[in-house]
Ligand binder design. Structure first.
Ligand SMILES: *Cc1c(COP(=O)(O)O)cnc(C)c1O
Length: 451
């Protein structure tokens, strides 16, 4: 029998982990945790230790691990047809899912383009927007605007519109140029406004840029309401409303990257609903299969689609497709996910839990090194600072967030941080008692590491 020690040795010998400096495992007690089982909000390691999945296994899980209903659909669909190409062929799960997504998103959405993950959904959106203007006879509208500290994926196109240095700096010679506007970051406001007392002055940057260069701009891409990878930076919905108006005024497409936020995270199906707007193109992935297997979609309107619709010889086809586009097993799970959400009133039932979360998370503010507390829907975050008064951050080499993560693991919760930000993004099915426990573990871990 292979022992735990041997599994870990083999892991470190053969597996190159994502976003990971492997030298950290050298000679230390700290090693990757081997997870063997999942059930509901809990993950179990090889020794049988149980953890609350506080980050939904990288923001994907919504209805709990190893969900019996989803398991059943997975096996049933695999027994019928596990995969088939989606060009000149189709299948019921892809059709059903597309119809459901279009209806959920409402007018004017009409078309669903499938791909594999968040990054590819963003690539599709970028190429779609570019080709749209090209075929509309405005090839000069070819530039993309995105926000500082934005994150849209790890492929080169999505890195191009991204704005976080650690993902981008080295690859600068490989990515295309984009125009950057200052992101709304209320705790450290770029315009020095007081939190919750501003007129969204930061949007003026967008307005100025649009005024000057709208003739060359194809689209702006944003993470709606929360800049996730930047550290769950929640920003006011009015920003999005105003952005929509500016896009209309200057004839610029609004690409809404809902990859992390869709399917209940913010308390609604889609984050754009909070702002009462509709983007021109939006991307979904992570939660679409309730976190089961990869699937993504880029959803748009007839306004965009019609520019691609013409005789074959006109060469207006959207030449983009991945091997696993619209995989039947993935689509069937996504359909079941949406059915469960509807039948079990998941969104409606979230509302009291969200209120509870919003109040409970405030308790973390009492801690000496918690600078900011952020919350929206089923997402919460605290930014740890060396000095609360001056907001001086901890030096990144200190890995203060990672220390908190390690302590929280010992206490039974997975709170893998983003730098100095500890965040909570549990599966939507977590109950109030468990949520309280998760926050308590965070409180104790932060206190023990920072005080
Ligand atoms: C995670 C994420 C992506 C990338 O998705 P992958 O599935 O990891 O490729 C894109 N955009 C946003 C906003 C994300 O949070």
């Amino acid at each position: 029998m292979t022992t735990k020690q041997e599994w870990i040795e083999k892991d470190l010998k053969y597996v190159w982990h994502p976003d990971t400096q492997h030298k950290q495992y050298e000679g230390k007690d700290f090693k990757p945790t081997i997870i063997e089982k999942g059930e509901g909000i809990y993950l179990y390691d090889i020794d049988g230790n149980k953890y609350i999945d506080g980050v939904s296994s990288w923001w994907v899980n919504t209805l709990g691990h190893s969900n019996p209903k989803l398991n059943k659909v997975l096996t049933q669909q695999a027994e019928k047809i596990e995969h088939v190409l989606l060009a000149d062929f189709t299948h019921k799960p892809a059709i059903e899912l597309a119809e459901k997504l279009v209806k959920l998103a409402g007018e004017p959405f009409s078309k669903v383009f499938y791909s594999d993950d968040g990054s590819t959904a963003v690539e599709v959106a970028i190429k779609m927007a570019y080709q749209y203007w090209y075929q509309k006879g405005k090839p000069e509208k070819k530039h993309f605007v995105s926000m500082t500290d934005s994150y849209h994926g790890d492929t080169l196109g999505s890195v191009s519109v991204g704005g976080i240095d650690i993902y981008k700096e080295i690859f600068k010679p490989l990515v295309f140029e984009t125009l950057k506007v200052c992101a709304p970051y209320c705790y450290r406001c770029p315009k020095n406004c007081k939190q919750n007392e501003c007129n969204i002055d930061c949007i003026k940057d967008v307005e100025l840029l649009f005024e000057k260069r709208h003739n060359e701009i194809a689209a702006i891409i944003v993470e709606p309401l929360v800049q996730g990878a930047a550290g769950m930076r929640v920003y006011p919905k009015e920003y999005l409303t105003r952005l929509r108006a500016l896009c209309d005024k200057f004839d610029i497409l609004l690409i809404d990257d809902e990859v992390a936020m869709a399917f209940g995270r913010t308390g609604k199906y889609f984050a754009f609903e909070h702002a009462n707007i509709k983007p021109d193109i939006f991307c979904v992935a992570k939660g679409i299969t309730a976190g089961y297997i990869p699937l993504a979609a880029t959803i748009t309107t007839d306004k965009i689609y019609n520019e691609f619709y013409d005789d074959f010889s006109k060469l207006k086809t959207f030449y983009h497709g991945h091997s696993f586009t619209g995989n039947p097993v993935a689509c069937a799970i996504a359909v079941e996910n949406l059915k469960i959400m509807e039948e079990e009133n998941i969104i409606e039932n979230l509302q009291p839990k969200i209120e509870f979360f919003k109040n409970e998370i405030q308790k973390l503010k009492d801690l000496k090194h918690v600078g900011d507390v952020r919350h929206i829907g089923m997402i919460g975050a605290v930014e740890l600072v060396k000095d609360k008064l001056t907001k001086e951050p901890y030096p990144f080499e200190q890995r203060i967030g990672h220390q908190v993560f390690k302590t929280a693991m010992e206490l039974g919760a997975i709170l893998r941080p983003i730098g100095n930000v500890i965040y909570f993004m549990p599966p939507l099915i977590i109950n109030e008692i468990e949520l309280e426990k998760l926050l308590k573990i965070a409180y104790d871990s932060i206190k023990s590491v920072t005080e």
